[in-house]
Design a protein around this ligand. Structure first.
Ligand SMILES: [Mn+2]
Length: 362
């Protein structure tokens, strides 16, 4: 038996804060990636396409998304098995429940594992039926000894959350040894966005990039169960790329110069995004507000984000001699025991901005 497994597609992700035009483009990218997953299932003539949850965003996905999925699923003649996760949990008003799905599609609707037979193998799927608080799905389940059995569900492998590098909640926690104890030879999973694969389980990761800083080979996993553990090959399906670059803005005398320097590294490719880390030290008084800078950069619908690790030089010697409130403020802070700390430095920058009558740049 050969399967194509994917998870965490997250159709209709908001991409909040990137600007509406960019967010729309990113959402179109997700649909393109999913279309490529279906293309791949066709090319590889797999026995089934399995989806480990978070296919869409329950609060944002409506009929348009359902109709897109129906159309994609109906291109396939093989079974499509969907195990809803915490973002696409099954409930009576969900598009899973409301919409009509092609014959070859099985959407699991209960947290109790239910079997579907694919090429002589039982694939047991379970569903989240609430957005939070789903307990261990493997819990006390035990598959009857009746040939090979594989689990398909959305859950957090215990002990792996710290490696996920993002605020992942502990949904449907389980440990790897429970997979065997429940009578399963292997688990097809979703939830973790950073890919993970062992002899017992696979998390293929989100196929289309969702946030900057994602690491690991992600995509859709071709899994061949001719022998155990199965042979796994992860195929990339994304077309959008997100990259991180560092820009040293030392020597910039004003914010327009900072913007120019950032502009030099930004890609104009509409299918790529850049996260810029600003480093170095600029002349005192240069306004370095990330939200102001981003407003300017995003005016051209560029997919960009900023991390501000650069700072403004402060001529404290001169400022401390000013005969006004500024001088008094600087002298008071420099007299503190923690005068060298980041906290005091930040207070100096913000305080001096405020005393100049400028809105503090946060
Ligand atoms: Mn997810």
């Amino acid at each position: 038996m050969r399967l194509l497994h994917c998870s965490d597609v997250h159709l209709d992700t908001a991409f909040a804060g990137l600007g509406q035009a960019v967010a729309r483009r990113r959402r179109a990218g997700i649909r393109r990636a999913f279309t490529r997953i279906v293309d791949l299932a066709l090319e590889e003539q797999v026995d089934a396409l399995t989806i480990g949850g978070d296919l869409y965003e329950d609060l944002r996905s409506q009929r348009d998304t359902a109709q897109f999925l129906q159309q994609q699923f109906s291109r396939l003649s093989c079974p499509v098995l969907v195990a809803p996760g915490n973002h696409d949990y099954w409930h009576p008003a969900s598009i899973y429940a409301r919409e009509k799905w092609p014959e070859n599609v099985t959407i699991f609707r209960s947290p109790e594992f239910t079997p579907v037979e694919v090429a002589g193998v039982r694939i047991f799927g379970a569903a989240h039926v609430q957005p939070k608080g789903t307990k261990d799905l493997l819990g006390h389940f035990k598959a009857a000894k009746d040939g090979p059995a594989i689990a398909l569900f959305h859950g957090s492998e215990r002990g792996q959350l710290p490696f996920q590098g993002e605020a992942k909640e502990d949904h449907a926690p389980f440990s790897e040894d429970e997979i065997g104890k429940a009578g399963f030879q292997y688990a097809l999973l979703g939830h973790f966005h950073t890919p993970r694969s062992t002899s017992r389980l696979i998390y293929p990761g989100n196929p289309e990039p969702l946030t900057f800083g994602e690491v690991g080979e992600r995509g859709a996993a071709l899994i061949d169960f001719a022998r155990m553990p199965p042979a796994v090959e992860v195929r990339r399906v994304s077309t959008f790329t997100l990259t991180d670059v560092e820009v040293d803005i030392t020597g910039c005398l004003h914010s327009a110069a900072v913007l120019d320097r950032i502009g030099e590294v930004l890609s104009r490719d509409p299918d790529s995004g850049t996260r810029v880390r600003l480093v170095g030290e600029v002349a005192s008084g240069v306004r370095l507000g990330p939200s102001e800078l981003l407003d300017s950069l995003r005016r051209d619908d560029v997919c960009v984000d900023l991390i501000l690790d650069a700072r403004s030089a402060l001529d404290l010697e001169a400022l401390s001699q000013a005969p006004d409130a500024r001088g008094q403020f600087v002298r008071a802070l420099l007299a503190r025991q923690d005068a060298d700390s980041d906290l005091v430095r930040r207070a100096l920058v913000l305080g001096l901005d405020a005393l100049r009558g400028e809105e503090p740049v946060l």
